[in-house]
Ligand binder design. Sequence first.
Ligand code: FUB
Length: 604
Amino acid sequence: MRSAPRTILCIVGLLLTTMLFPYPARADNPIVQTIYTADPAPLVHNGRVYVYTGHDEDGSTYFTMRDWRVYSSSDMANWTDHGSPMSLSTFAWADANAWAGHVVPRNGKFYWYVPVRNRATGGMAIGVAVGDSPTGPFRDALGRPLVENGEIDPHAFIDDNGQAYLYWGNPRLWYVRLNADMISFSGGPTQIPLTAAGFGARSGNASRPTLYEEGPWVFKRGNLYYNVFAAECCSEFIAYSTAPSATGPWTYRGTIMPRQGASFTNHAGIVDFAGGSYFFYHNGALPGGSGYTRSVAVEKFAYNADGTIPTIGMTSAGPPQVIPLNPFVRQEAETMAWASGVETEVSGEGGMNVGFIENGDHIKVKGVSFGSGVSSFTARVASGTSGGRIEVRLGGTTGPLVGTCTVPGTGGWQTWTTVTCPALGASGTRDLYLRFAGGSGYLFNLDWWQFTPGGGNGGGNLLTNGTMEDGTTGWTGSGGTVSSATTVAHGGSRSLLNSGRTAAWQGPHQNVTAQLTNGKSYTTSVWVRSQSGTPGAKATLTLTANGTTNYVQLTPAQTVNANGWTQLTGTATVSWTGTLTSASFYVETAAGTDGLYVDDASFQ
Ligand code: FUB
């Protein structure tokens, strides 16, 4: 999904989306926005959920698929792109149709079963690749098909007694008993009887008397075996059957996901993770989406008490985030909840990077835990042109700007350098938006980013309760009333309000006498809005030493208003002569007595 066709895709997509799939923009489902993905196969391994997908080529008018992709998440909201560790070229004997596969771990290895077209026969066959890690690389385990009968959509299941099965089929449904090596089998393929009792009755299609269409997903929960499958093309819905054993007999249990979502196929995978159950599927929800340009999405669900699966609808929000993301360790740029305009590519420094960045593009990282505050933002960047800027924003692409990093030209798209810029005013848990700005054409690539802690109540902030989340703790008024406000907040859920001021110098303040060092330079950041009116607001330090009071202007005065937050920032050297007896940090106005809201204050 490169930038050139994006305009056309967007127009067509907007129409299709409005007509067929009325989801708002910038939601978090589908989980991948940089390419079209299909046929999800989730796997839980070592505290992460991996999703193996197919890849629909842009503008496809058939299932034109040449490689497979891997994504993973530890929080079900931000997904890391691991690129493509397997493609048609992995299988020298295959020439087309990198369709719906499944990965299962065993013996310390990962086995990836896929349907591909056998060049020699022209028919669909099942291949198996093996890798040493969930992200590969994967190699053809056999150099030939594992099994071939012209049918598709393999799924492997290992029963409690260690017996593994491979299920597959369209239009029929098959299984074979895999040996413990997972790349050979005993006995021949067995056809599972497609009866109305087992898989639901289909009318009007003599060659397909039951609802079963393709994409079996078999698992065991308690004593019950489940087979979740795509039903009754076209359009497909997702249905399921249950059985007392891995080989049946199966009983049809009904619909899980009704027909929805602008794609005439659907394809399901279910896993349990971090105490929740998750249903993966695909639809045509991205701009330009259709039955041949699909996208993988996920919903959280809970089994009914009797073990049945509830009806699950497609949403644009996806599941709630399991744990917040830590910004104080290196985070890959390709870990994100939403991407707009950008793509990913293999990075020369390992893994992937975000690339093809143009002016106005952005990525969203959901639920970032800034704690008591940050002091700087660092990014690993490269640019074959003259670079641009990374705007570090909160809550949206026009949300509060906490920092701007300038990216220079580095002499190449894979010539990496590290840039750092001050970042002030981020605290609590917020959605992070990295908005990219600059001239025309591609600006730069981004490999990873990281914040340095600071501000708030830790990391050097001299102010107590700078986030205002502890009510009025630490703050005093010198006129009017100082209260904790919950109606507006810059970050978190509270701000501080000083209403009823009777003089411009009156504002919320706190004593910082004991914390100051003579001659030191201090940086201030504080977010302010007025209750009404448009006063000029500023941060000031009052210093009393040897009986004399001086005023240090910590930030220039900025016009603030009642419609949104304005950041006051500045750096000032603080010095005095003699003994310091009193020092107070103030937020005040240059003139007038408008009420002031104050939030996310740091003085360090
Ligand atoms: O992606 C190609 C085919 O479409 C899959 O193999 C089927 O399950 C259907 O989703």
